[in-house]
Design a binder for this molecule. Structure first.
Ligand SMILES: [Zn+2]
Length: 343
């Protein structure tokens, strides 16, 4: 069966990331690793798989026969799975020819609703914040892997892990909120409000009517999550966590053109964060800067107890991910919708 790219991506300029292994004069195979963000049906038995890769950024590739029950690698290409891929480069969608599971994070999330929904919101955010297909986004990839691992290890409140991920991924995308100084006048201390449209915390003088007025410990919690201070975050009061989640969600929704649908499903035991987002912002001038060099990030040791990426052996076992438990599409999130967004 010939696989046709429905979105007409063949006509779009494609930015391909090196390195590629050219195996002979006619066939170009290459390897990359990545986290599966979502899958879409393609024809009778195939899928389009969206992956945030280490070297090549966010890519979409075709996987043939993966919806057949006897598929060798169908289960390895489910959302949340960290996979090592071999792909065959084509004019339209590249073809996945091999997939090996590195870490089946989905297995560890699917049985725990708050963790599962937090992870789903992370996948959707990762896709939205890597707006350009094929544009390398190493730091977004590392953040996502670190976030999913922390979520799966169950050491922290899943909503805290999600909020830390959202704050950091926004920062990598160039949208770090001001948290320890007024985003309008730069005053440190005496911060009274959080003005989403202005970019974060505001002092009493700059605060305009209608701006949220979080408790000071909420600012401290957001700062701790951004910097990876888990000792502070784990000891925080539930009231401030709820307030923090509401502000982070509203800030994220303001900056992303289509919002994060799956945030609606995120729950924690007890309180539900109330998200009151102002009217949405205009898109900030097109594409995101991919790696703006957010100060304070490069030396961030990451999530606590993170053994580091390269030597991490991941989780034992490779049983894949139960079929159908992946990325939950929202209403209207059909293949057509997705394709339209790309045009
Ligand atoms: Zn001010």
């Amino acid at each position: 069966m010939r696989i046709v790219c429905r979105s007409g991506a063949g006509a779009r300029p494609r930015i391909k990331a090196p390195p590629r292994v050219r195996q002979n004069g006619r066939v170009t195979l290459y390897r990359d690793e990545g986290v599966v963000l979502r899958t879409q049906k393609l024809g009778e038995a195939d899928r389009i798989v969206t992956v945030l890769t280490r070297r090549g950024g966010r890519i979409r590739a075709a996987a043939k026969g993966v919806r057949k029950t006897k598929s060798r690698f169908g289960a390895r290409l489910e959302p949340f799975t960290h996979v090592d891929l071999q792909l065959y480069e084509r004019r339209s969608l590249d073809l996945i020819t091999q997939a090996e599971t590195l870490r089946p994070y989905g297995e560890h999330l699917v049985t725990d609703y708050p963790r599962y929904t937090s992870g789903t919101a992370m996948l959707e955010t990762a896709e939205k914040l890597t707006s350009e297909e094929g544009e390398p986004a190493l730091r977004q990839f590392l953040l996502l892997v670190g976030g999913l691992r922390t979520l799966a290890e169950r050491g922290h409140d899943p909503r805290l892990v999600l909020d830390a991920y959202l704050l950091r991924s926004l920062s990598v995308a160039g949208w770090a909120p001001a948290l320890d100084e007024c985003c309008r006048c730069g005053t440190r201390g005496g911060l009274r409000g959080f003005a989403i449209a202005s970019g974060g915390a505001v002092c009493a003088r700059c605060r305009q009517p209608g701006a949220a007025t979080p408790a000071p410990p909420t600012f401290a919690l957001m700062l701790a999550l951004l910097r990876g201070d888990w000792e502070y975050a784990d000891g925080s009061d539930p009231r401030h966590r709820v307030e923090c989640s509401g502000l982070v969600a509203a800030y994220l929704q303001w900056h992303l053109e289509h919002g994060i649908r799956s945030l609606r499903h995120v729950e924690r035991e007890g309180d539900r964060p109330r998200v009151v987002a102002p009217a949405r912002a205009p898109a900030p001038g097109g594409d995101l800067p991919n790696d703006p060099g957010y100060p304070g990030y490069p030396d961030d040791p990451g999530y606590p107890d993170d053994p580091g990426y390269p030597d991490d052996q991941g989780y034992p076992g490779d049983r894949g991910h139960p079929d159908g438990a992946g990325y939950r599409a929202g209403p209207g999130d059909s293949d057509d919708t997705i394709d339209r967004e790309r045009v």
